[in-house]
Ligand binder design. Structure first.
Ligand code: ADP
Ligand code: MG
Length: 679
């Protein structure tokens, strides 16, 4: 047997089990060994029946005194009475055909399950039950794995045990010295004890080691990427005499303190020979667009082109308009490239870009296409970075010769984590909103109070305000019980005579979308009914009300982004979250939003509620998945791993030393895709 052998080499795994295992991404014996338990059952303590209480989960050892088969809705059931020397307990099994054949009176068994009280008597319903023998799983700490249909805990435990003969052959990933320095157990010890620990201490040692490995791999990957792209190569030094303030003086407002500070950081980066690779984090409405424009100004006045990528056509279109009006008085040519551009216009635009008749190009993913070539690209900006992956960012970068890079995001992550996770980026934070902004007042509304909310909307509209109404779906669906944008559009159009309602959703033609956005932006429509397409970036300061239907269907970050569409003008703004909030988690989410407008605080809570995997969207970013490691829980391990990663790259940047050979293999496997693209 070998680590790379298919799982079907294990006796008992045929095509059917193999395809179920495929759903868990287990294909080889190695995958099986690295498939970690989600939690454990501690069965070391055998309890006496007398000591059991309602609600306990317990192991007992007892003899069967009575077996009573029965029937329930066509299923065979089995009532069993067991005893140890201290008392009797009744045990119930449903769907018990197989057990009826197996269990025998007067034999001793080991049972594990939850104790419940029924009619004053304690019982166990469907416990795990096994004949007492040396081979039983009692008296141990047992792993509980995430399962899929057709695969049981027992299956996984058995197969993993069988693959254990390979553990000794697992190549040790870490150099000996690194293990000693950090008192890390060996990889084989860790694998054995993450699955079947003899005691909790061994399990913790195993987990520490495996969490360390995951963080080390991630840090090494990110840092070496940065090194490769930004370290060795020389970047552009933009002009020290073309200052950003020439541009910011032309803005209709003066910069906030935070904006000014961040711009100074960006300006220093741009003037230096190092390649700038900076992330600007700032809550919705903190004024990031003006910063991007100022950076572009400096690049353009220094003789280069700049490009800015946005995640949606609507946002790209809006940026195009804003930037055109800011730049045309300054003699800077702005262009816009999106997927829906007609072939003829596209051809002309591509030529203009190539010959540098366009200085500043805005667009969507369409910018990444190979036909897009620049004459002299000096600055690459991505807006709403959380919507893009590492991959897309680096593809755009490759269109220039070591251009400077600025990425902007309104999905803040706690700063300590950001520093570590975005190891390849420097970070600036715009932690101040432009003056005069009033926090948006947010209220949760149950459907019985929905009418009141809409009455309020109508009153505000009568005062000249505008409103967004967001639905989770485009069309009505028979499967999902949620409001659709089309349905809401019809409802509201009938409901509010004299109020101008318009509709926007992702599958509309681009020209229709543009038309609708223009109507709304110019104040020629009062209510914009929409799907989440308006989530990012849309800026209509006169819109002061946001109604979100079926708010429970959106994540915290999305809700915060949506809410960020209002509160952009001088008027008091409101956000209504229409929801029944059925689960605890969704109630908690809604509550957080009602209590705070602070994006950083919301991000922290979101991280706690959702867990890191989903929060960071690792896969989406092309990064290896974290299985055991949780940056919010294991911050101290993360810091150790980060130090070690720096140490490795300082002493052996290309991982050429013998002691780093295994690490090198592993990194190549994990970062194949990501690295290939960023070099
Ligand atoms: P975001 O950071 O969400 O991208 P925007 O760049 O869209 O925010 O800015 C939101 C609004 O605030 C825009 O209307 C912009 O013109 C305005 N704005 C930006 N900076 C300032 C400022 N310093 N003073 C007043 N208004 C500002
Ligand atoms: Mg923005």
């Amino acid at each position: 047997m070998q680590i790379t052998d298919k799982i079907t080499t294990i006796k008992g795994i045929g095509p059917k089990k193999a395809s179920a295992l495929e759903r868990l991404k287990i294909r080889t014996l190695g995958d099986l060994l690295f498939y970690y338990p989600r939690e454990y059952q501690d069965r070391r303590q055998i309890q006496t029946i007398k000591s059991l209480k309602d609600g306990d989960t317990a192991s007992i050892r007892a003899r069967i005194v009575l077996l009573v088969p029965g029937g329930f809705r066509g299923k065979r059931t089995l009532q069993v009475l067991v005893t140890d020397d201290t008392g009797e307990l009744s045990v119930v099994f449903f769907k018990a055909d197989y057990l009826i054949k197996q269990l025998e009176k007067n034999q001793e068994y080991e049972l594990y399950g939850k104790v419940t009280e029924r009619a004053g008597r304690l019982q166990m319903v469907h416990p795990e039950i096994e004949r007492k023998s040396g081979l039983t799983e009692q008296g141990k700490i047992l792993p509980l794995y995430p399962l899929t249909e057709g695969i049981s805990q027992k299956d996984l435990r058995k197969w993993i045990k069988e693959s254990f003969s390979l553990v000794k052959e697992l190549p040790e990933l870490l150099p000996e010295a690194m293990r000693l320095r950090n008192r890390l157990c060996s990889l084989s010890y860790a694998i054995e004890n993450i699955h079947f620990p003899e005691d909790p201490q061994k399990m913790r040692e195993a987990k520490f080691r495996l969490v360390f490995d995951e963080f080390l791999e991630l840090q090494l990957g990110l840092l070496s990427m940065k090194e490769r792209v930004f370290g060795a190569a020389e970047g552009i030094s933009f002009s020290k005499t073309k200052k950003m303030c020439e541009f910011t003086q032309t803005l209709p407002f003066s910069l906030t303190g935070a904006q000014a500070r961040v711009l100074a950081e960006v300006e220093t980066d741009m003037e230096s020979k190092r390649i700038m690779n900076r992330l600007i984090q700032g809550d919705v409405g903190s004024g990031k667009t003006a910063l991007a424009a100022a950076a572009a100004y400096k690049a353009i006045k220094s003789g280069f082109q700049a490009v800015m990528m946005a995640p949606t056509e609507i946002l790209a279109g809006q940026h195009y308009e804003t930037l055109t009006s800011l730049f045309s008085p300054l003699g800077v040519k702005v262009g816009c490239l999106t997927g829906s551009l007609a072939a003829k216009e596209k051809k002309a635009l591509l030529l203009d870009i190539q010959e540098k008749r366009i200085d500043f190009l805005v667009g969507t993913h369409a910018l990444i296409q190979p036909q897009v070539t620049f004459k002299k690209l000096g600055l690459v900006i991505t807006d709403e970075q959380h919507r893009f992956g590492v991959r897309q960012r680096s593809l755009l970068q490759q269109k220039g010769n070591n251009p400077d890079v600025l990425v902007m995001t309104a999905t803040p992550i706690p700063r300590t984590l950001a520093v570590i996770l975005y190891a390849d980026l420097d970070i600036s934070v715009v932690d101040e909103l432009p003056p005069g902004r009033k926090p948006v007042i947010t209220k949760a509304v149950t459907s019985s109070k929905r009418e009141d909310a809409y009455t309020f909307v109508r009153e505000e509209i009568a005062k000249g305000r505008q409103a967004y109404v967001v639905a989770p779906l485009i069309e009505e669906s028979t499967e999902i019980e949620a409001k659709s944008a089309k349905q809401l559009f019809e409802e509201l159009s009938g409901h509010f005579p004299g109020v101008r309602v318009c509709l926007l959703h992702g599958t509309m033609k681009q020209t229709e979308k543009d038309h609708v956005m223009e109507l709304f932006a110019k104040g020629q429509a009062d209510i914009l009914v929409s799907t989440v397409v308006i989530e990012v970036g849309i800026n209509v300061p006169n819109a002061s009300i946001m109604v979100i239907e079926n708010a429970e269907r959106f994540g915290l970050a999305s809700l915060h982004q949506l809410r960020g569409r209002v509160g952009r003008g001088a008027e008091q703004s409101y956000c209504f979250l229409v929801t029944e909030g059925k689960t605890e988690q969704s109630k908690e989410r809604i509550k957080i939003l009602c209590e705070t407008n602070d994006g950083f605080l919301i991000a922290e809570k979101d991280l706690l509620l959702r867990g890191p995997g989903e929060f960071f969207g690792f896969r989406q970013h092309g990064l290896p998945e974290l299985k055991l490691a949780d940056p919010s829980k294991h911050l101290s391990i993360l810091e150790i791993a980060r130090k070690e990663a720096f140490f490795v790259l300082e002493t052996d940047p290309d991982l050429e030393n013998e002691e780093n050979a295994e690490l090198k293999n592993r990194m190549q496997m994990l970062f194949e895709d990501v690295e290939g693209l960023s070099i």
